[in-house]
Write a protein that binds this ligand. Structure first.
Ligand SMILES: Nc1ncnc2c1ncn2[C@@H]1O[C@H](COP(=O)(O)OP(=O)(O)O)[C@@H](O)[C@H]1O
Ligand SMILES: [Mg+2]
Length: 238
């Protein structure tokens, strides 16, 4: 079967330093693939490669089996890949509505509009005319996710969307994601919190120092396997 989005033996880095070393993965429609690993493992670099925001040194990215490795981020967004980057990156002086509209960018047709985004992320309902700079961290993160949906993607790449947020806000964001994936969206999720990862993911891939070291479903992987892969054997064997 052809995957929705696949990475094949991706090598990527910065100058001479290798951040991603031969990683392959694939996500299917309606599936949540969680990417876990310590800081510096290469998760964000891999997501940027998938989104076309970082050019890999080797390997291929396939969308519905088509090679999109050389397709730049704006064009890849038009093809259905949307990245919600680490750190939100909203336009602080623009309203929530304008930030969402910017996400529509390539204007793919689909169900996502400002109204349906607010239905999925109810915390944004009363905030549409506020400036992004006036929002709390959780509200900003909801805008960033909503902006990612506005292009009507087939696959959404979420980089640490819950970083720094209160647990109750994270609960709300994750509840929204559950609704969103029912529409068939494929999601690749980077999340530091292993409890949440295990709860939400259909499959988990662990990265360690640029390598994919473990992959499986939450049902088949033990907690010890995941933490071993996460921290490396040196630490885990203490
Ligand atoms: N813009 C950059 N310039 C140079 N090195 C970077 C840059 N971004 C990340 N790195 C390095 O690449 C490696 C992987 O980083 P990253 O992909 O951000 O990992 P993660 O998201 O898992 O924390 C790290 O060693 C990091 O220091
Ligand atoms: Mg990162």
């Amino acid at each position: 079967m052809t995957a929705l989005l696949a990475a094949e033996r991706i090598e990527a880095g910065y100058g001479d330093s290798r951040a991603v070393a031969g990683v392959s993965l694939a996500v299917e429609p309606g599936e949540v693939l969680a990417l876990v690993g310590a800081n510096g493992a290469g998760k964000s670099t891999l997501l940027r490669v998938l989104a076309g925001a970082h050019r890999p040194d080797a390997g291929r990215v396939l969308l519905h089996g088509d090679d999109v490795t050389q397709v730049r981020d704006f064009e890849r967004n038009r093809l259905g890949v949307s990245l919600v980057p680490e750190g939100r990156r909203l336009f602080a002086s623009l309203t929530v509505r304008d930030n969402l509209e910017i996400g529509a960018g390539s204007r793919r047709t689909g169900t996502w509009t400002v109204d349906t985004v607010v239905d999925a992320l109810p915390m944004l309902g009363d905030l549409l005319e506020r400036n992004a700079s006036q929002l709390s961290g959780g509200q900003q993160q909801a805008v960033a996710i909503g902006r990612g949906l506005m292009s009507n993607p087939e696959v959404l790449l979420l980089d640490e969307v819950s970083l720094g947020l209160a647990p109750i806000v994270i609960d709300e964001l994750y509840a929204s994601l559950a609704a969103v994936r029912r529409g068939g969206l494929g999601i690749v999720l980077v999340e530091q919190d292993l409890e949440r990862t295990v709860a939400v993911a259909d499959r988990i891939a662990c990265m360690l120092e640029g390598h994919a070291v473990l992959e499986g479903t939450p049902a088949t992987l033990t907690r010890a396997q995941i933490t071993d892969a996460y921290f490396g054997h040196e630490v885990a064997s203490w």
